[in-house]
Design a protein around this ligand. Structure first.
Ligand code: ADP
Ligand code: ADP
Length: 219
């Protein structure tokens, strides 16, 4: 007997495109868990686990954590009960090896459902990433100009301290964009060929991007 179909949605886009922001909105609407490999690595970093120590040296330079580690981590996460209807993937897969592994993991449930590509220009990515601030306790994401908190430096949701990620400083951001074009952008062609890609203009207000994504995901 085959397994029931699940909705595995893969959000693609350069660092800063708005994947995390949109994934949080989609999670509310679609009732699917938001799986951010970057968030899982940062959680492990904060809690000084072995995985965190391993990931740190790659993340601080803006390079990818080795596939073997990342793929196993995602496979484990997908086994958890909240993923029994699918998941919104943010930051994974990030290269062809990961995409092939993800296809194998999801194949019993109908494979990848759709791949929205949130498109923004590189200059906009630089502005967004260098102005990004994250809540130390709940992970909520703000921008000092485009999406500011009510009180500077303080999270609207839980009052936590807002900080700038180490890898969001300009020197590392350039390498992250380079890594995106070299390793992640081939996935655009990979999913296009599978008829799964849906392009969305990411340079609209957050609500408008959300509407465009919903239109693509609910037809
Ligand atoms: P990603 O997960 O793709 O790296 P984020 O969701 O963290 O991107 O967003 C990057 C930064 O841009 C954050 O500071 C966020 O508040 C801001 N941002 C997200 N979407 C928009 C948008 N549509 N317009 C302006 N700023 C945005
Ligand atoms: P952004 O949302 O700005 O694109 P992420 O939070 O997704 O950044 O990723 C931060 C860092 O975590 C990456 O630069 C990389 O070092 C590591 N990372 C996240 N996802 C992956 C992945 N799928 N494979 C390898 N490394 C990853």
């Amino acid at each position: 007997m085959s397994e029931p179909q699940r909705k595995y949605i893969v959000l693609l886009g350069v660092p800063g495109a708005g994947k995390g922001t949109q994934a949080k909105l989609l999670k509310e609407k679609l009732g699917l868990p938001h799986i951010s490999t970057g968030d899982i690595f940062r959680f492990n970093l904060t809690h000084e686990t072995e995985l965190g120590r391993l990931a740190q040296s790659y993340m601080s330079k803006g390079n990818l954590v080795p596939d073997e580690v990342t793929i196993r981590m995602v496979a484990d996460r997908l086994q958890q009960a909240d993923c029994d209807r699918g998941a919104i993937m943010d930051g994974f897969p990030r290269n062809l090896e990961q995409a092939v592994a993800f296809d194998a993991m999801t194949a019993p449930y109908g494979g990848v459902y759709r791949v929205p590509l949130i498109h923004i220009e590189d200059e906009e990515a630089m502005r967004r990433i260098t102005g990004r601030r994250v809540c130390r306790t709940c992970g909520a994401v703000y921008h000092i100009d485009f999406n500011p908190p009510r009180r500077a430096g303080v999270c609207d949701i839980d009052g936590g301290e807002l900080y700038q990620r180490d890898d969001d400083k300009p020197a590392t951001v350039r390498n992250r964009l380079y890594v995106y074009y070299k390793q992640t952008s081939p996935l655009v062609g990979y999913y296009f060929a599978k008829h799964l890609l849906a392009r969305v203009d990411g340079e609209q207000p957050i609500d408008a991007v959300h509407e465009a994504l919903m239109a693509n995901l609910t037809d």
